[in-house]
Design a protein around this ligand. Structure first.
Ligand SMILES: Nc1nc2c(c(=O)[nH]1)N[C@H]1C(S)=C(S)[C@@H](COP(=O)(O)OP(=O)(O)OC[C@H]3O[C@@H](n4cnc5c(=O)[nH]c(N)nc54)[C@H](O)[C@@H]3O)O[C@H]1N2
Ligand SMILES: Nc1nc2c(c(=O)[nH]1)N[C@H]1C(S)=C(S)[C@@H](COP(=O)(O)OP(=O)(O)OC[C@H]3O[C@@H](n4cnc5c(=O)[nH]c(N)nc54)[C@H](O)[C@@H]3O)O[C@H]1N2
Ligand SMILES: [Mo]
Length: 577
């Protein structure tokens, strides 16, 4: 829930400077990519897909991970739009598509560049848009003209005829949209992959028009919500010196627990709220070791998660049914009130209720220790926090959300005025900002992905319909996937490894090993193994104990730290006797 999670930062700010894991485990890479090209990450409203003549679903599986969007996809399909899915796995979404292209993992940028070449050769580009609204088109044109389509076909695993067909479908359907998923950003070239993909919209002029554009995520509702960052530490507090000579909080990247352990002065107390890093961040074993070394670990959570098990203090958090909150989104522009349905059970409290109580106690023990408004009630705090958001919504108070769900007054389609927020004010194929941040100015992709002789199989971790990240581990729905963990193998790989359906196998690499039950699936590629996130059976062995901490190429521009290349992890397998 939105404001509950942010409340912790508020109170820590009110006490003094602190160390915080900045960045995000999720969308950091793509945010940078779109920001470089467009100047900001904006998206159309979800229903705008109904206006599309063609939808490319590129590296996301909404049938399982965003089922609320499927009605627009099916709606568009029924009205004649073609649905194309590009994914290394034959997903539930791919099964409902008109055209499915099974790409080699991480090769999305190459495919997009190959498509760009075909669009250029067949003159399916929008000259007017390119001349008037883009920057670096001559350089980009030269770059894509030199792309070798046979090489693209070889690295992507998609035959050149199919690349031609895909490009022609995209270039002729007016308007056409791309849903840029999380898949393409989960590899080491993730950011440049995303830039190459979103440049297809600029090439074809599918920007600023209903049914066009790129759907990724939006931060706009978040910018307008909350002012929790306004609390400043009491005067005289000492933090880390920023470049401008002003004190600030010390930061490190999300999930970088080795860096956390090496900090000087060392961390005395770690507070974890609304996250489960042992399960979800790379290299669970190291994280566990480091949590053990920290003198005091506080975890605020609703469940006894893998991280909560490491806590010295566990603060039981109320469920969303037990407290009032306001909910916004990365995907749409709606704002809704989450009403309290029941009183908190047992000792549970919302984060905000705990914080207010903690602030009162601190104030009693040492007056002036915190300037957190401890006397406020949770609803007064929410009212103050949401003042700016309410202004945007045209309501006086968040309580007005009780009777209505309100959409923020945003244009249904971004960039309709072609006023891009880049340094040049245009869509930038060529980005000097990218250069300033140590990246190639054009979406150049080297295409080389690491392989290893000892661990030749790519470990692919994807979401199932049955769980939300590490949450709901004890949900009965998960039992549909079996009480033990499942690993999907291509039948050819299974045969080569002498593994049969239902066999117990060991998956291992330099970080550790896990035992899982084999399920054969021809929908996946021969050199990968696929495991559903959170499908670890009843034990607390973590899938991410096999995941390497590998950064992507981007994330540091908008989110301060690079994103995570989860799918760049490699393993081997063996049948257990
Ligand atoms: N049911 C359910 N829904 C969820 C979540 C959940 O845990 N469960 N989590 C939520 C969160 S936090 C997020 S970020 C979203 C993520 O939502 P999605 O992006 O849909 O989820 P993923 O399962 O990570 O990956 C999506 C697809 O990308 C493909 N993929 C992986 N690598 C590549 C690649 O290199 N190229 C291409 N083209 N495809 C690739 C995978 O095969 C997979 O089918 O889902 C949200 N919704
Ligand atoms: N191998 C692999 N690892 C991944 C990914 C991947 O694709 N592959 N995807 C990454 C992505 S995209 C994401 S977003 C992350 C997600 O990983 P996390 O950010 O760790 O998210 P969750 O697993 O959903 O855990 C959130 C925790 O918050 C608790 N919680 C819920 N509501 C509240 C509340 O109101 N207050 C408090 N204090 N706690 C609450 C839940 O019980 C849960 O334990 O995982 C990342 N890790
Ligand atoms: Mo995510």
């Amino acid at each position: 829930m939105v404001f509950q999670a942010e409340v912790w930062k508020t109170i820590f700010n009110s006490i003094g400077y602190f160390t915080t894991m900045a960045g995000t485990p999720c969308e950091a890479t793509g945010l940078d990519a779109l920001t470089l090209n467009y100047g900001a990450c904006k998206k159309p409203v979800p229903a705008d897909m109904l206006n599309s003549g063609l939808i490319i679903i590129w590296g996301t599986n909404p049938a399982w991970t965003a089922s609320h969007q499927m009605r627009y996809i099916f709606g568009a399909q029924e009205a004649g739009a073609k649905i194309i899915v590009i994914d290394p796995i034959l997903t539930a979404t791919a099964a409902r598509s008109d055209l499915y292209l099974q790409i080699r993992p991480g090769m999305d940028g190459q495919l997009a560049l190959g498509m760009a070449k075909v669009l250029l050769e067949r003159n399916l580009i929008n000259h007017e848009f390119l001349e008037e609204h883009t920057c670096g088109w001559p350089e980009y044109r030269k770059y894509i003209a030199a792309i070798d389509l046979e090489q693209v076909a070889s690295v992507t695993g998609i035959p050149s005829e199919d690349i031609h067909e895909l490009a022609c479908l995209y270039g002729t359907a007016k308007p056409a949209t791309i849903w840029l998923g999380m898949g393409p950003q989960r590899s080491i070239n993730g950011g440049q992959n995303c830039r190459a993909i979103d440049s297809l919209a600029a090439l074809t002029g599918n920007i600023g028009k209903p049914g066009g554009n790129v759907h990724y995520v939006t931060l706009e509702p978040w910018m307008k919500a909350g002012k929790y960052n306004e609390y400043k530490p009491p005067s005289g507090s000492i933090g880390v010196l920023a470049n401008d000579g002003v004190y600030c909080n010390r930061t490190l990247g999300t999930g970088r627990f080795l860096d956390l352990a090496a900090m000087d002065p060392p961390i005395q107390l770690l507070w974890v709220a609304g996250r489960n890093p042992v399960a979800q961040d790379p290299d669970s074993t190291t994280i566990r070791k480091i949590l053990e070394q920290i003198p005091m670990v506080v975890v605020a959570d609703q469940y006894m998660t893998a991280t909560a098990q490491m806590a010295d203090f566990l603060l039981p958090i109320a469920s969303p049914f037990e407290f009032e909150d306001v909910v916004i989104s990365f995907w749409h522009y709606g704002v809704a009130l989450n009403e309290q349905a029941i009183l908190p059970l047992g000792e549970c409290k919302s984060d905000l209720a705990i914080m207010l109580q903690l602030a009162r106690i601190l104030e009693e023990l040492e007056p002036g220790f915190t300037n957190f408004p401890a006397k406020q009630t949770p609803s007064e705090w929410l009212e103050q926090e949401l003042h700016q958001l309410c202004n945007t919504l045209g309501i006086a108070n968040y309580n007005e959300l009780r009777d209505q769900y309100i959409q923020m007054n945003m244009p249904p389609v971004p960039w309709h005025d072609c006023q891009f927020l880049t340094p040049s004010g245009k869509y930038e194929f060529f980005s000097t900002l990218a250069q300033d941040h140590g990246l190639a100015s054009l979406p150049e992709i080297d295409g080389i992905q690491p392989t290893s002789e000892s661990y030749p199989l790519r470990l692919f971790t994807v979401r199932s319909y049955a769980a939300l990240n590490s949450q709901c581990r004890d949900s009965p729905r998960l039992s549909h996937l079996g009480k033990t963990s499942l690993v999907l193998l291509n039948p050819e790989l299974a045969k080569y490894k002498n593994i049969g359906e239902d066999d117990n196998i060991k998956i291992y690499n330099q970080f550790g090993e896990l035992q899982m039950r084999a399920v054969l699936s021809s929908g996946i590629q021969r050199d990968m193994v696929v495991v559903f996130i959170n499908n670890t059976g009843n034990n607390m062995e973590e899938l991410n104990s096999l995941i390497a901490l590998t950064e992507t190429d981007m994330g540091h521009i908008v989110s301060d730290y690079k994103g995570m290349s989860y799918n760049n992890s490699f393993v081997n397998i063996v049948r257990m006797e």
